[in-house]
Design a protein around this ligand. Structure first.
Ligand code: AHG
Ligand code: MN
Ligand code: MN
Length: 333
């Protein structure tokens, strides 16, 4: 018998019907992001062929990183899709200095939401055709509806997210998201251009087999982290763990979420306050990880409870199956 095919569109519609007072805006936002990601995927798949989309733009973003052409393309595509539909009142992006309010473009809009994103995560992987991703996070605004959005709408704790997710552009393109009622994953069927439900109600296994980190930084990790890595490598009473590190957080996180494991990016000599961005990378993935039964901590508490002081703030992050994260936190004590 043919398996039942449930598209993302159909799934969102079904879920919306479960909430009688839902206005449909949130569903609209997820559709906008899915559309942008299909266009990004299309151009990414040509990256090896088309000269003009590979390489650098020549500019540097607010975080001091070189902006690749596809970073720019993905950023503009997300902004365009979200602005055109009018389902959110503003966005903040890893590639933008400050948030962008859509108020000037559409003074009549009554949207309640803001969206934050890392348009292309792991973009240094593009040159070699390895997986990259898009990460997004959605909040209800705290300023009055109908007014221009403010910094406070974006600087909310991760616990306030109403939805979050990512798209991974790998050997297949997958979109995983949560609205706080578990995690569901969809795989793009390129022949029909639709994301189809492939991973319903994802739960991270508590397996202890894999760890992911940039171990080149080992010597600048704090002692607790080193001890944890030594434990992963030791063969006393168990098999040593496998180290898997792609260098694209979405791809490393995605594998661990499905198969079990832990991803860590601690403080290093180069990044004494952590490298990864709280608002665009850590909060959305922490929300997903907790919804899949795992844990995300910065070494002193839940990632989701950090009060952000600025948009581009960074944090150390330890995220994955609960047992492994707990073990690491024990080492850090
Ligand atoms: P981005 O491409 O959005 O700047 O993110 C890159 C991030 C993350 O995806 C990855 O896990 C990490 O940087 C890799 O950093 P190292 O090269 O320092 O390991
Ligand atoms: Mn990133
Ligand atoms: Mn990025």
């Amino acid at each position: 018998m043919q398996p039942v095919l449930i598209t993302l569109e159909e799934f969102i519609y079904q879920r919306q019907k479960d909430f009688p007072f839902a206005s449909g805006e949130l569903s609209g936002l997820l559709r906008d992001i899915a559309l942008a990601s299909k266009i990004i995927q299309r151009d990414l798949s040509k990256a090896g062929l088309v000269d003009h989309i590979l390489g650098k733009t020549g500019s540097v973003n607010i975080q001091g990183e070189e902006v690749k052409k596809l970073d720019d393309f993905a950023n503009n595509m997300l902004i365009q899709c979200l602005q055109t539909s009018g389902e959110c009142c503003g966005v903040a992006s890893e590639e933008e200095d400050t948030f962008i309010s859509f108020h000037e473009k559409n003074r009549h809009q009554k949207s309640k939401y803001v969206v934050l994103f890392d348009p292309l995560d792991g973009s240094s992987n593009i040159d070699v055709g390895a997986p990259v991703g898009t990460i997004f996070s959605i909040y209800k605004r705290v300023s009055p509806v109908g007014e221009p959005c403010t910094n406070a709408d974006f600087l909310q704790k991760g616990t306030e997210q109403v939805a979050a997710g990512y798209v991974m552009y790998g050997s297949s393109t997958m979109l995983f998201y949560t609205t706080g009622a578990g995690v569901n994953g969809f795989t793009l069927d390129p022949s029909i251009g639709e994301f189809c439900l492939s991973h319903p109600d994802v739960k991270t296994p508590n397996s202890e087999k894999t760890y992911s980190c940039n171990q080149g930084n080992y010597h600048s990790f704090e002692n607790g982290v080193k001890e944890f890595i030594n434990y992963c490598q030791s063969s006393e009473g168990k098999k040593p763990f496998s180290l898997r590190y792609i260098g694209s957080m979405v791809a490393d996180f995605h594998r661990n979420m499905i198969k079990g494991g832990i991803f860590l990016y601690p403080n290093t000599a180069d990044a004494p306050k952590g490298k990864l961005r709280l608002m665009y990378e850590c909060n959305p993935l922490a929300f997903l990880q907790e919804q899949a039964g795992g844990k995300a901590d910065w070494g002193g508490g839940r990632i989701l409870e950090i009060q952000p002081k600025e948009l581009h703030t960074r944090t150390p992050v330890f995220i994955g199956g609960e047992n492994l994260v707990n073990r690491l936190l024990e080492n850090l004590k």
